[in-house]
Design a protein around this ligand. Structure first.
Ligand SMILES: C[S@@+](CC[C@H](N)C(=O)[O-])C[C@H]1O[C@@H](n2cnc3c(N)ncnc32)[C@H](O)[C@@H]1O
Length: 209
């Protein structure tokens, strides 16, 4: 087990307690998070088949979009919190190609090169040791498969409305933020998309080796 396992347990307990409140967060962001999730899927050029993994799937906002998009394939969502997965099931019950697994993204329960694509939206900024989760994503994705990330950055810059929302979010969810580009660049990937979105970053990486 990792030395940060107690932190992961605290994160799990927090999401178990607050599972029913999580979706209020999307209201607070006035739909911009859902818009950004859709854009990330589009820019990944995801085919409508294959096996897709949604890391930190939470209440399933991204997983539902993925399941609709990958209509001839299968989506697996993984999250540490049992209670958010229950909300996810309730929200996405109609998608029979979406499956949920309880587990820790820093130690994925899948064999190497299993998935055609991996997503993580609004998750890398919340989890402990996101760089380990990214390495795990690289391990489980197939060669030429994609890893698509969207998360708040830790460097929040000058105070404006977005920045205020980002700090509020960070305070409520203990989301530290993540600046993953330097870590992504250490792997055998090419990076067709990198967007510095002021308070957030979007990265699409393709595994090359
Ligand atoms: C901010 S929510 C994001 C949910 C979703 N991806 C979205 O786009 O709305 C973060 C999620 O990460 C999960 N999480 C935190 N640490 C985790 C870990 N180590 N392994 C798996 N899931 C984790 C939490 O339980 C929570 O559901």
């Amino acid at each position: 087990m990792f030395d940060y396992v107690n932190e992961v347990k605290k994160t799990r307990d927090r999401y178990n307690r607050l599972a029913l409140l999580y979706d209020l967060d999307d209201v607070l962001w006035l739909g911009s998070k859902q818009y950004s999730r859709k854009k990330l899927i589009k820019e990944t050029n995801l085919p409508d088949s294959g096996l897709v993994l949604d890391l930190t799937t939470g209440t399933g906002r991204n997983a539902g979009l993925l399941a609709r998009w990958v209509k001839n394939g299968t989506v697996i969502g993984i999250d540490i919190s049992r209670n958010v997965l229950k909300v996810n099931r309730f929200r996405n019950d109609r998608y029979k190609n979406l499956h949920r697994v309880q587990g820790m993204v820093q130690s994925l329960p899948f064999t190497d090169e299993t998935f055609d694509a991996v997503f993580c939206t609004c998750g890398m900024d919340t989890i402990d040791r996101p760089e380990i989760a990214f390495s795990e994503a690289v391990r489980v994705v197939k060669k030429n498969g994609t890893i698509s990330l969207l998360h708040l950055r830790s460097d929040k810059g000058p105070l404006d409305v977005c920045n205020f929302l980002s700090r509020f979010y960070a305070w409520v969810w203990r989301a530290e933020g993540a600046d993953l580009l330097p870590h992504v660049q250490q792997h055998k990937v090419e990076i067709p998309v990198y967007k510095n979105l002021h308070i957030a970053e979007a990265i699409i990486a393709r595994k090359t080796g």
